[in-house]
Design a protein around this ligand. Structure first.
Ligand SMILES: Nc1ncnc2c1ncn2[C@@H]1O[C@H](COP(=O)(O)OP(=O)(O)OP(=O)(O)O)[C@@H](O)[C@H]1O
Ligand SMILES: [Mg+2]
Length: 247
């Protein structure tokens, strides 16, 4: 069975792309076949892996290239279906679909993902018809929350949206991942407690604040290439083990 996860939160800059690329990379290193889909117009996921493919999700969704030509092999076992500004056209396609608009993305991708063990979807901040389509495609959601700027209200609001989608499609919030944890700051411990009170065992061990994580995209490398001994690499490996343990 293919596991389909999105890395989502409506809030920007919480570590979605960092998590999407490093989780995907770690899963691929463990010999799982992974498809990373970038649904963000900024195309950060590809850039962070050192790639700027000319084709991607938009070309596939608009029927301009078949799936096999829309993906690029980013690393061994890791294929990328890139984002980019042309995704604006996809939102238009969705809006013009007559029936079951929410399932446009799922219907297009379903025939092509059977050979992957994991499909990981990086999403953009905000909330639009493409993000709704992502929730109608995935089965599991991993939500990163930045402890430096935690918005519990924003998080609860987002979980309500998942609940609404659940009336029609089997998707669940599976992981809440605190990012940019700095244990020296007392406040972050309180925030961790608050998170655990609201989300219990969904809360994962945090990803610590780590400069290696923030600099690696500039090198076009995931953290296991950039510095596999860094805290960032350790923390993302621990997250990957937890995700694998739920297989
Ligand atoms: N644990 C961490 N330690 C240090 N820096 C981090 C960490 N996680 C993410 N960053 C940095 O924080 C910034 C925002 O992270 P990222 O791009 O992953 O967030 P995002 O949620 O994808 O943002 P957007 O909503 O704009 O797509 C980036 O510069 C990233 O390198
Ligand atoms: Mg991002």
């Amino acid at each position: 069975m293919t596991r389909i996860l999105s890395i989502s939160l409506s809030k920007g800059g919480v570590g979605k792309t960092t998590t999407a690329i490093n989780l995907s990379a770690a899963l691929a290193i463990t010999k799982r076949r992974v498809l990373l889909i970038d649904t963000d117009t900024q195309a950060q996921a590809g850039k962070a892996l050192g790639l700027r493919p000319e084709v991607g999700l938009a070309d596939f969704m608009m029927g301009q290239v078949p799936f096999d030509r829309a993906i690029v092999e980013a690393r061994p076992n890791l294929d990328l279906l890139a984002g980019g500004h042309r995704l604006a056209g996809v939102k238009q396609v969705i809006a013009e679909t007559d029936m079951r608009q929410e399932e446009t993305l799922a219907a297009a991708l379903a025939p092509h993902i059977g050979n992957y063990h994991y499909v990981i979807v990086d999403t953009s901040p905000g909330w639009d018809n493409l993000q709704i389509n992502v929730l109608f495609f995935v089965r599991e959601v991993l939500t990163p929350v930045n402890l430096e700027a935690l918005s519990l209200d924003g998080l609860i609001e987002f979980t309500r949206r998942i609940e609404e989608v659940r009336r029609y499609h089997d998707v669940e919030l599976r992981y809440v991942l605190p990012t940019a944890l700095d244990r020296r700051v007392r406040q972050t411990q309180d925030l961790m407690q608050q998170l655990e009170q609201s989300f219990g065992s969904l809360v994962c061990d945090p990803i610590r604040y780590n400069v290696r994580l923030s600099e690696s995209p500039a090198y076009g490398q995931h953290i296991f290439e950039h510095d596999k001994r860094s805290n960032g690499a350790r923390d993302y490996l621990a997250l990957t083990k937890r995700v694998i343990s739920d297989e």
